[in-house]
Design a protein around this ligand. Sequence first.
Ligand code: HEM
Length: 458
Amino acid sequence: METIMAAPDRPGPAAFIPPMPPPAPDRVGALGVLAGLRRNAYSAFPPRCRAQAVVVLPMPGRDVVIAAGPQAIRDVLATRPELYRRIAAGDRIFRPLIGRGVAASEGQAWRRQRRILAPAFTPRTVTLLAPHMAACTEAALGPLEASRGAPVDLLAVMQDLSLAVACTSMFSLETDVFGPQLRGLLQSYAGGIGRPRTSDFILPRWVPTPTTIRRAGFRRRWRALILAIIAQRRAAQAPGAPRDLFDLLSEAYGDREADLLADEVSTMIFAGHETTGLTLFWACYLLANAPDWRDAVRREARRVDLSPGGAGAAVGALPLTRAVVDEALRLYPPAYMTARQAVADHALCGVPVRRGAIVLMPFTLLHTDPRLWAAPERFDPGRFLGPGKPDRQGFLPFGTGPRVCIGAQLATSEAVLVLARLLRDNDLVLDDGPPVLPVGSFATRPDRSPTFRLLRAA
Ligand code: HEM
């Protein structure tokens, strides 16, 4: 990766080095890594997992394999996906939310679900949905700008905003009534019984534990809410209204597959906002600590039309803002890791992997590998600008291969538009306090929600 000269409009690497938790001690074994994942994926892996492309940690019953090298991750996710399946831990943690939705299904069922969704996630969709994104952003920023100088919980603002975008753009629904309930349930799940347990990785799918029983209780409450949302959406359908993702799903699944329809709606609401809200929070946190980049984003934002009418064209006209979003996704990938289970004995980058082994692929390690990134510890969006752009296989916040994130373009477009609009008229200031550390548990969340203040930008 070549170092890029700072252009007049593009600051050099920021002096800010984002604080990160220390890695696990080198002696830690499979059980130590699995226990560490419950606390924080950012400190669960020992340094040797970064130094070697594939590390096998033996465990009775099934090995744990850490694959953090770009070739190893590509082999698992893209080149030889038939050698792997989704892991039981993923089912245990995410099924209470998304049931048999596309992100949880496999084989024929997955292919059919992905085919049904595909028309709703073409590049053209971004242009169609950008006005919704811009309108939701205006609505969310209005009250904040009216009370500039007051303390703001930007994490909550960004998560509410991305939920509003997901609901209005995909399902033509306002979030006033059920938004707080959705967020409340999700928060409690993500911060409590949704966090990975060691038992999630060790036990077969069907073995119950006290946590799985509590997760089943959560599922009943979550599902009741999703069904109420679907009923409201059906009741509110205006004749002649433009078709949205809900119409597409509803036609494909009909009444015969009402359960699957509910699972897919859950998937889109959950996957469509939690991660994007976190990306926006981290981008704000980084920019509040890097005033040169914050000002550069502002200069860029002031050159484009960010109103709902102009948003579709604006997405492609904000490369510097996009680089900030990419750098936030590099340092704090909301989906900090993915995992698969080997279905046959085979070799991965020359290392023998036994059938049944759990292969963990921490994007956090890939994204900070010094062989792929110059000064990886630094916040430097400039690495994503200009001719020396990073090797795509070293940057996988959305995964890769057939199961790559279906909403990647929507998520990055939304993050770019929201960030540009926020910074266009406002300075972001962070109230002093202890450093904010990433916690990779359910997704990459901050260890505390720091207080920001918005000030009128000159
Ligand atoms: C910054 C935001 C986002 C991040 C970081 C992210 C990350 C990811 C990653 C890493 C995967 C692959 C997981 C794997 O291979 O195991 C994935 C899959 C998926 N994402 Fe996203 N995502 C984001 C936003 C979205 C949005 C906006 C939507 C929908 C509107 C979405 C829907 C999905 C779905 C349905 C899958 C499963 C695809 C499949 O299994 O075929 N995501 N996402």
